[in-house]
Write a protein that binds this ligand. Structure first.
Ligand code: GLN
Length: 217
């Protein structure tokens, strides 16, 4: 694990399962240095994090075994770096799901309904207008997507499809039910990388106080 190139924030991509390679490509295009995260130690010193889509039950089981689930729970409790979590990633961060218990990270005050759009419309594309993302609607790729059934008072719903909440933000954590990494539209990754760059600037300033660098990587 080398030190990041100057100025480039290091953004982790959970590489347990699912569409992580596409996220790495989008992060690189937005000016970040992606780092695959498979074990808890790889969460150290990140300036941002992506939790990709996939299958949340598989993700939960694998991450539970590797200790990542607990490490992510601690991260969420201690104040996470900027995060973009998509589809199954959004499910992992939810406080709960309507479909019964499964291992989750939690930390976001939302309840999600998995596979919410039903069998007939299991996978589809639709334009998504999103608050805080200026410009034309985003191309929304929905693949057996969840929706947000409940959002707590600290959560800002950013987008809806068919009346259902499909994107939200709580502080520096953004979740979407759709897959921006499967499109050429880099605005959500740019949103994350902008914040990760801020985080890096803040960390670099903090770690050089007194001449000592606290992060060893
Ligand atoms: N249906 C999946 C789940 O419940 C999510 C699908 C996705 O990430 N594209 O975990």
């Amino acid at each position: 694990m080398g030190r990041a190139a100057p100025g480039r924030p290091v953004v982790g991509v959970l590489a347990v399962q699912g569409a992580f390679v596409e996220h790495e490509r989008a992060l690189r295009a937005a000016g970040a240095e992606p780092r695959q995260v498979r074990v808890p130690a790889q969460l150290e010193g990140l300036h941002g994090l992506v939790i990709p889509g996939g299958e949340s039950t598989t993700f939960g089981l694998v991450a539970e075994r590797s200790g990542l689930l607990d490490a992510l729970r601690r991260l969420m409790a201690e104040g996470p770096p900027p995060i973009l979590a998509t589809c199954a990633g959004m499910i992992m961060l939810a406080a709960d799901t309507t479909g019964g218990p499964q291992p989750l990270v939690g930390g976001l005050d939302i309840t999600v309904r998995r596979n919410a759009f039903g069998r007939q419309a299991a996978s589809f594309e639709a334009p998504v207008e999103m608050a805080r993302i200026p410009g034309p609607p985003l191309p929304g790729v929905f693949i057996r997507a969840p929706w947000i059934e409940r959002a707590g008072p600290g959560v800002e719903v950013l987008a809806r499809h068919g009346g259902h909440a499909v994107a939200a933000r709580q502080g520096e954590v953004m979740v979407t039910a759709f897959h921006p990494e499967l499109t050429d539209d880099g605005r959500l990754h740019a949103w994350l990388v902008d914040r990760a760059r801020e985080r890096r600037r803040h960390d670099d300033e903090g770690s050089s106080i007194g001449g000592a660098r606290v992060r060893a990587q």
